[in-house]
Write a protein that binds this ligand. Structure first.
Ligand SMILES: Nc1ncnc2c1ncn2[C@@H]1O[C@H](COP(=O)(O)OP(=O)(O)O)[C@@H](O)[C@H]1O
Ligand SMILES: [Mg+2]
Length: 233
């Protein structure tokens, strides 16, 4: 499915308007960042460690607020939301994937996938069925009853991505999801994200330190002195 054409503001799951971010009131990690991401678009943010990728992703994922400027979610201003409202949006509409997988070690794979549904208030039977059908869909049902330390790094990341899908998010924010994976698992992880993007029309924003990595993205950006710049890969 192609990303939809730009129209009114409601078309953009993510919009940043003149966003600045500093952690110490002096040095700005992000300066005057403007970004519009269309529904169903897959974008990459590339740049070396410390450049501000996570800072940007945390603003997009409503985990932090800008020092100045606005973050809009489908045209709605969300940078000033109360914590509870931001948490609710995050829980139901945004999925997160991290570099270190962040699976809960004391829960089985199936329980890890159920967790966001549990927090969202789904009943046991419903969440178990959905978690299992997601595993089946991606042919990973054989891992359902394993513990995270009984599966490989690549499997962990695929499970983490499936967990991010649990509450049917419209956006997935993936922060260096392939940084700890070998070539084969990097390929599988990116393919899984591509499939989710194409089949479910989920908007994906992915950060990576590599400028060479073949991300199945529609547009690519980098940060230079805090400014976001579109690049050709
Ligand atoms: N919570 C924080 N408090 C203070 N400084 C931070 C914080 N998070 C990140 N930084 C600083 O902001 C800059 C950008 O960091 P980050 O966004 O994590 O970069 P990247 O993800 O590209 O490695 C770095 O200089 C980092 O030290
Ligand atoms: Mg980072």
């Amino acid at each position: 499915m192609k990303p939809c054409e730009p129209g009114n503001r409601e078309m953009y799951p993510v919009e940043l308007v003149d966003v600045w971010k500093s952690y110490d009131e002096r040095n700005f990690v992000l300066k005057e960042v403007n970004l519009k991401v269309r529904r169903g678009e897959f974008i990459s943010i590339r740049g070396k460690s410390g450049i501000g990728k996570t800072t940007l992703l945390r603003l997009i994922g409503l985990l932090d607020t800008p020092t100045k400027g606005e973050v809009l979610f489908y045209g709605r201003r969300v940078s000033g939301l109360r914590d509870e409202e931001a948490s609710e949006l995050r829980l139901r509409r945004i999925g997160f994937v991290f570099q270190f997988f962040n699976l809960i070690p004391s829960l089985t794979v199936l329980e890890n996938i159920e967790l966001p549904m549990s927090i969202a208030g789904f009943r046991k039977r419903e969440r178990r069925e959905r978690a299992f059908s997601l595993l089946e869909k991606f042919k990973l049902e054989n891992l359902a009853y394993r513990m995270p330390d009984e599966i490989s790094g690549g499997e962990k990341q695929r499970i983490a991505i499936i967990r991010a899908l649990a509450n049917k998010p419209e956006i997935i924010v993936a922060d260096e999801p392939t940084a700890n994976l070998d070539e084969e698992n990097t390929f599988k992880t990116l393919n899984l994200l591509k499939e989710i993007n194409e089949e479910r029309n989920v908007t994906i924003i992915l950060a990576t330190t590599s400028f060479l990595e073949e991300i199945p993205s529609h547009r690519n950006y980098t940060l230079k002195n805090g400014e976001l710049i579109e690049i050709e890969i």
